[in-house]
Design a binder for this molecule. Structure first.
Ligand SMILES: *[C@@H]1O[C@H](CO)[C@@H](O)[C@H](O)[C@H]1NC(C)=O
Ligand SMILES: *[C@@H]1O[C@H](CO)[C@@H](O)[C@H](O)[C@H]1NC(C)=O
Ligand SMILES: *[C@@H]1O[C@H](CO)[C@@H](O)[C@H](O)[C@H]1NC(C)=O
Ligand SMILES: *[C@@H]1O[C@H](CO)[C@@H](O)[C@H](O)[C@H]1NC(C)=O
Length: 522
């Protein structure tokens, strides 16, 4: 036991340091818990329901999928690919080594076309004609939403509030008024293009700091009551999430917001507000337009650049200042949601939220039947809500967003409405790591919209562009393009394939059963 006085002292010092670090972690964690709790309109936790945990099936669905994926890729084409596509705790691969990226391209050439899923979709639509009502009981995995959508009424905010939209209304007003029960904007919306153009080119009238957030955000005022939320660039594109950052203390990335908007639109969800990039002149467009508290945080750095840090709970101090280069600053501009007066939102606790506690696990992590519980609880027991959560799980998995603890809907549309996709600043942080746990809702419920599955298969098999190519093209029109570092685009294609494998897994597990599904409608 005793190894001499010096060793003992070293050990003591080590102990004290470890305790200090742990204590700091605990503090950070508690701050985060508080934030989660004090957000407005919290709905009662659905996670409280206690279910008997089945002893024999403790291994949850996503774990078993993850293990299977691990085995397959280990015996598969290339061990290098498997290392990249597997969730692992090891340090990210060397980003400068472009060979690794080429290997992924090479491997995906030998393509799995998911013929079984394609056949299944065909079969399912064929059977649907015969046994319309029994759709769920025969094939519980996919649900057809496309035709439902056409039949169901889709009133807009202006229709519900009986507001006449004047022809002289501003672009943002018009956009807000046309937001409808099932989407933020229709496919090919000219208003979205117009909004993006205005946010890119209109003069900036006023800049103020958004209060209440954890990280720095600015409210930008343009002429004609156009408003945008500004997130500044903090890193070059190829900077990855720092290994020692928890996902919730990770910096927000402005380009992740831009990319997430494009991805949401390409996948046909249309549940994210338009976001664009723009290069600002620090002096004329920020410093001269700021006032009060924000203005007082501007300073000139030793290398003569204009900098500011604002006031917020994380990273708002001189050592985390945002500096021009020398006088230019890049950032993302997201169009504002309608005011709380016009269209208040309801904040829902995400049933698959992470525990935000180092030692405590969330119920979904240990209970293999967790989805069955959620399905029985309103509003997940009817309409489209559960399918929207499945879409969100796919979306978040593609961008690597682990931070979806709450989500919002517009109150005036009731419960049968789409879920907003907000706040993606923590996406696109780890291009060489695929976080399978984000797919847990999909893998535990084994449920996906037909339209979403078809879209994923189309991006994977063609005809047309791969998801990475479509993203590259869509984002190339942005003023600060290229928006994403190339490995993130490679990751998108790889993750589409992983989602499809997960759905295949569900299909192979599913057997026609009488009681497996109570949801009859989307
Ligand atoms: C995997 O990468 C290593 C070096 O990183 C290389 O030597 C090896 O040939 C690669 N394996 C395959 C199958 O590409
Ligand atoms: C639009 O025009 C109407 C009259 O036609 C006027 O009352 C209203 O103030 C105008 N709105 C704006 C935003 O200019
Ligand atoms: C920003 O604006 C100032 C004042 O008009 C000008 O002197 C400066 O060159 C501009 N900086 C850049 C990078 O355009
Ligand atoms: C929406 O769902 C919630 C359940 O969380 C329920 O309390 C509320 O009554 C529902 N609203 C409508 C209009 O059905």
């Amino acid at each position: 036991m005793f190894r001499g006085g010096l060793k003992l002292r070293e050990r003591l010092v080590l102990c004290v340091s470890v305790i200090t670090v742990l204590f700091t972690l605990l503090l950070v964690m508690d701050i985060q818990m508080d934030l989660g709790m004090t957000k407005k309109h919290l709905v009662p936790s659905h996670g409280r329901v206690i279910a008997p945990v089945q002893k024999e099936g403790l291994e949850s669905a996503y774990n078993s999928f993850r293990n299977r994926l691990l085995q397959k890729t280990h015996s598969g084409l290339s061990t290098n690919v498997s290392k990249e596509s597997l969730p692992s705790e090891t340090a990210p691969l060397d980003p400068k080594n472009t060979n690794q990226i080429n290997v992924v391209h090479e491997a995906t050439k030998e393509m799995d076309n998911f013929e079984d899923l394609v056949d299944y979709l065909d079969l399912e639509s064929h059977e649907r004609k015969k046994f319309r009502v029994d759709l769920f009981r025969v094939h519980p995995v996919v649900v057809d939403d496309a035709n439902e959508k056409k039949r169901r009424p889709n009133p807009s905010i202006s229709e519900i509030k009986k507001i006449n939209v004047e022809s002289n209304a501003t672009t943002l007003e018009k956009f807000h008024m046309q937001i409808s029960k099932h989407e933020l904007y229709p496919e090919g919306s000219a208003l979205v293009d117009e909004l993006l153009r205005l946010m890119q080119t209109e003069p900036i009238l006023h800049v103020a700091q958004k209060t209440g957030g954890t990280q720095l955000k600015l409210i930008i005022d343009y002429p004609n009551e156009l408003q945008a939320l500004f997130k500044p660039m903090r890193f070059p594109r190829e900077q990855q999430t720092l290994p020692n950052h928890f996902y919730f203390t990770d910096y927000e990335r402005h380009n992740a917001e831009i990319a997430a908007f494009h991805l949401d639109r390409l996948l046909g969800f249309r549940r994210a507000m338009p976001v664009t990039g723009r290069l600002l002149n620090m002096t004329t467009e920020l410093y001269q337009r700021a006032e009060g508290d924000l203005l007082s945080t501007f300073f000139v750095s030793p290398s003569d650049n204009l900098c500011f840090h604002g006031k917020c709970s994380y990273y708002c101090d001189t050592s985390h200042a945002i500096c021009g280069n020398p006088d230019k600053l890049e950032g993302s501009f997201a169009a504002f949601l309608p005011s709380g007066k016009l269209a208040p939102t309801k904040v829902w606790r995400h049933p698959w939220r992470r525990s935000y506690h180092k030692r405590r696990k969330a119920q979904w992590e240990t209970d293999p039947n967790y989805c069955q519980l959620v399905r029985d609880i309103p509003p997940y027991d009817e309409h489209r809500r559960l399918y929207d959560l499945m879409d969100m799980s796919v979306f978040d998995f593609l961008i690597g967003n682990m931070d979806r603890h709450h989500y919002e809907t517009f109150k005036l549309f009731g419960n049968d409405t789409f879920t907003l996709h907000l706040d993606h600043g923590r996406g696109f942080g780890k291009p060489f790591h695929d976080e399978i746990s984000i797919l847990a809702p999909l893998l535990q419920c084994c449920l996906i919209r037909r339209s979403t599955l078809e879209t994923l298969i189309r991006f994977h098999n063609g005809p047309g562009l791969k998801l990475s190519e479509a993203m590259r093209e869509s984002m190339s029109r942005d003023p600060v393009a290229p928006i994403l570092w190339e490995p993130h685009l490679v990751a998108l294609d790889r993750r589409v394939e992983i989602v499809l494998k997960g759905i295949r897994d569900c299909l192979q597990k599913s057997e026609p059963s009488e009681d497996s599904n109570k949801i009859e409608d989307v």
